[in-house]
Design a protein around this ligand. Sequence first.
Ligand SMILES: Cc1cc2nc3c(=O)[nH]c(=O)nc-3n(C[C@H](O)[C@H](O)[C@H](O)COP(=O)(O)OP(=O)(O)OC[C@H]3O[C@@H](n4cnc5c(N)ncnc54)[C@H](O)[C@@H]3O)c2cc1C
Length: 78
Amino acid sequence: MDSVAAPLFSEITRLPWSMPQYSVGHLDQLKRVRYEMKVWYPGVFLCGARYEGIVISDCVRLGKEAAGQLDGELASRQ
Ligand SMILES: Cc1cc2nc3c(=O)[nH]c(=O)nc-3n(C[C@H](O)[C@H](O)[C@H](O)COP(=O)(O)OP(=O)(O)OC[C@H]3O[C@@H](n4cnc5c(N)ncnc54)[C@H](O)[C@@H]3O)c2cc1C
């Protein structure tokens, strides 16, 4: 476009804390948490943006992995 007109208005919306910010050591910590979950809460699996990626495709992948793990867990109990 070749427009030179100034915008009539603009708006900035800040969303603080809207995205997980992984700290250094996050993956090691996650490994420990998953181990503890397995010991103390078998059958409960973690998924979502705060664990291994914030984009929707990561969340869908993690959700599918968690569903697969749950499936395996339930099958092992039969
Ligand atoms: C402004 C913004 C723009 C984004 N744009 C993009 C984009 O363009 N592309 C992209 O790939 N990603 C984008 N993201 C990132 C992506 O949308 C998120 O990382 C992803 O949706 C997070 O999925 P989630 O399942 O972890 O959490 P959420 O989608 O937040 O789902 C969590 C659900 O749990 C529910 N919940 C919370 N507490 C409880 C409770 N105690 N009991 C029952 N239910 C509860 C909530 O109501 C919610 O429905 C954007 C994120 C933001 C904030």
